[in-house]
Design a protein around this ligand. Structure first.
Ligand code: NDP
Length: 246
C-alpha cells in the first residue's frame, strides 16, 4: 500500500528517524532524508539503496531555517517534490533545569526545532498533498506532551504544542483525504539523552536506570503501522511507553 510513495523523514541521521528510514525502506517507499549531518545521511542512503533497491535522496537541512526550508523545497528535483508522507521527527531537548535557572538559548533551540521547524516543514509539504488528494502527516510528539516532569518545562511545552497542533491540523484538513497522526513515545534509547546533556554520558545513562527503554525500531514500527492503515482510518494519536515506565 505504501510502496512507491515518497516519504520525507526529518531528523533521519540518528535514532527514531534513522529507524523509520530502515523500516519504511523495507516497505518499498522512496525516501527523502533530511537532517543537518549530511555525511550520516549519505551513509544511510547508500545502505538503504544497496539493501532495499529503493530511491533515496539525502539532503542537509536545518528545519529551524524558515527561508532555508522554502529554498530547499523549491530546489528539489521535481520528481521529489510530490511528497506523500512527512514524518516530522527532528527534535531535541536541552538541559533539565528549573525554569527560573534554565539557559534561554536552550529554550530557543527547542522551540525553534520542535515547534517552528515542524511548522515550516508541514506548511511546505501540505499544499501539494491537498492538491494531489493524498497525504499523511506524522508528528513525533512525546509522553512529555501529556505529562510534565521536573525540569521538563520548555521541552514539555513544545511537545504539548505538537499534540494540539496535530488536532488543529486535523480540523483544518477535514474534507480532504490527508491524515494527521501524533505519536507520543516514552523513553527511547537514542542520542536524545546525550544531546540533552551536551555529551555527558553519565547523566545520559542515568535516565534509563531501572527500566528497559524503547528502541528507535519500536517507534518506527508504530509509525509504519499507522501509515499502512486503510485510507479511511486515521490513527489520530498513539502513545507507546516502555512497559516499566511510570
Ligand atoms: P536523536 O538525537 O537520536 O535524533 C534527533 C534527530 O533530529 C537527529 O537526526 C538530528 O539530526 C535531528 N535534528 C535535530 N535538530 C535538527 C535541526 N535543527 N534540523 C534538522 N534536523 C535536526 O533523538 P530521537 O531519535 O530520540 O528523537 C527524535 C524525536 O523523538 C524528537 O522529536 C524527540 O523529541 C522525540 N522523542 C524522543 C524520545 C526519547 O526518549 N529519545 C521520547 C519521546 C519523543 P542532526 O543533528 O544531524 O541535525
Amino acid at each position: 500500500m505504501l510502496a512507491g510513495e515518497t516519504v520525507l523523514v526529518t531528523g533521519a541521521s540518528s535514532g527514531i528517524g534513522w529507524e523509520c528510514a530502515q523500516v519504511l525502506a523495507d516497505l518499498g517507499v522512496r525516501l527523502l532524508l533530511v537532517a543537518r549531518r549530511q555525511e550520516r545521511l549519505e551513509n544511510l542512503a547508500q545502505e538503504l539503496q544497496t539493501n532495499y533497491k529503493i530511491p533515496c535522496l539525502p539532503q542537509a537541512l536545518d528545519v529551524r531555517d524558515r527561508l532555508g526550508v522554502q529554498a530547499w523545497f523549491q530546489n528539489l528535483p521535481p520528481e521529489w517534490q510530490c511528497i506523500d508522507v512527512v514524518i516530522n521527527n527532528a527534535g531535541l531537548s536541552r538541559g533539565l533545569d528549573k525554569l527560573y535557572e534554565g539557559d534561554i538559548d536552550d529554550w530557543e533551540e527547542m522551540i525553534d526545532t520542535n515547534l517552528k521547524g515542524l511548522l515550516y516543514i508541514t506548511r511546505t509539504v501540505l499544499p501539494g498533498m491537498i492538491h494531489r488528494g493524498r497525504g499523511h502527516v506524522v508528528n513525533i510528539g512525546s509522553i512529555a506532551g501529556l505529562a510534565a516532569y521536573p525540569g521538563g518545562n520548555v521541552y514539555c511545552a513544545t511537545k504539548a504544542a505538537v499534540r494540539i497542533l496535530g488536532d488543529a491540523l486535523k480540523q483544518d484538513l477535514l474534507g480532504t483525504p490527508v491524515r494527521v497522526t501524533t505519536i507520543n513515545p516514552g523513553l527511547v534509547a537514542t542520542e536524545f539523552s546525550p544531546v540533552r546533556f551536551h555529551g555527558d554520558m553519565e547523566r545520559a545513562q542515568q535516565v534509563y536506570q531501572g527500566l528497559t527503554p524503547l528502541t528507535g525500531r519500536d517507534v518506527a514500527e508504530t509509525v509504519a503501522f499507522c501509515l499502512t492503515r486503510p485510507p479511511h482510518v486515521n490513527i489520530q494519536e498513539l502513545t507507546l511507553l516502555p512497559t516499566d515506565q511510570a
